[in-house]
Design a protein around this ligand. Structure first.
Ligand code: 6PG
Length: 271
């Protein structure tokens, strides 16, 4: 064990700048939980609160479950944490598809976070455009702005889609050229269904963007994102915080097609 109580065998190794590999998906979640605790303390010490955008997906689910365990729950000053979402499906909270619903079951019901600190995207609203507008107003109310006037999260959690999407920014979407809106409501190309998502300028304004990626089925797209230069770039490649850092926390299976010799290190952002 080191001074943090972590088993050194479980510590991730940095194989490229900002890319950390853990043995298994469970270790990815555990490392992310440790980082979450540390970063929450840092943000609260500096700014008095910690504003986090959560993501959907399978790896975050494990992270949320861990944060709700007695070991981690007690290490976070939940009344000072505000939770938002990076994206949401157009379904009610009770739906198994709801990103909010998943976080509610795994985390929110099990930690002492005040309901007024939980800011879900109401993407099930039949007038989803109005709901997006309302979400922008919520962000305006709670978040400081960066020098370009975009809301600045302490942390944005992200997954990596099989096609390189991040949040609900999909390859080929004209939304990738968005320069002014904070929240948008794209249609998912393959499903024809709507989503609500933070836009690229908001992802770029984050102090930290953390991708959680696990499983051999992500190995090929992770290699493409980290080591190749498709034209146009994939959405996940475009998530580059301007005054912050982009981190990838991945398991061995997802990292299976990365090799240090092939890889082009990603320049670390300023933190
Ligand atoms: C979602 C997210 C999406 C997700 C990736 C990865 O709501 O599903 O928008 O961006 O993070 O598709 O998901 P997995 O971690 O489940 O593979």
């Amino acid at each position: 064990m080191d001074g943090t109580g972590a088993d050194p065998d479980m510590l991730p190794r940095e194989i490229l700048s900002g890319v950390y590999v853990c043995a298994e998906a469970a270790d990815v979640a555990r490392t992310a939980a440790r980082w979450f605790v540390d970063w929450a303390w840092q943000s609260i010490a500096k700014d008095g609160n910690c504003n986090v955008a959560l993501s959907g997906g399978s790896t975050p689910r494990e992270l949320y479950g861990l944060l709700a365990t007695p070991e981690f729950r007690a290490q976070v000053d939940w009344p000072r944490v505000h939770l938002f979402w990076g994206d949401e499906r157009a379904v009610p909270p009770e739906s198994p598809e709801s990103n909010y619903g998943m976080a509610r079951r795994e985390l929110l019901l099990r930690v002492p976070i005040p309901p007024s600190n939980v800011h879900r995207m109401e993407a099930e609203d039949p007038n989803i455009g109005r709901a997006a507008h309302n979400y922008e107003a919520t962000l305006r109310q709670f978040l400081p702005l960066d020098d370009r006037g975009f809301p600045r999260f302490h942390l944005i959690l992200l997954g990596l889609g099989h096609d390189g999407h991040a949040a609900s920014l999909f390859p080929g979407s004209k939304l990738l050229r968005e320069t002014s809106r904070w929240v948008s409501t794209p249609t998912v190309p393959k499903l024809g269904s709507r989503r609500m998502t933070l836009t690229l300028p908001v992802l770029e304004a984050a102090r930290r963007a953390l991708f959680l990626v696990a499983g051999a089925e992500k190995a090929s797209i992770l290699r493409e994102v980290l080591c190749e230069h498709p034209d146009p770039p994939l959405p996940a490649q475009l998530v580059k915080p301007r005054e912050g850092e982009r981190l990838f926390l991945v398991d061995e299976a997802a990292a299976g097609q990365l090799s240090a010799s092939q890889s082009q290190p990603i320049p670390k952002g300023k933190s």
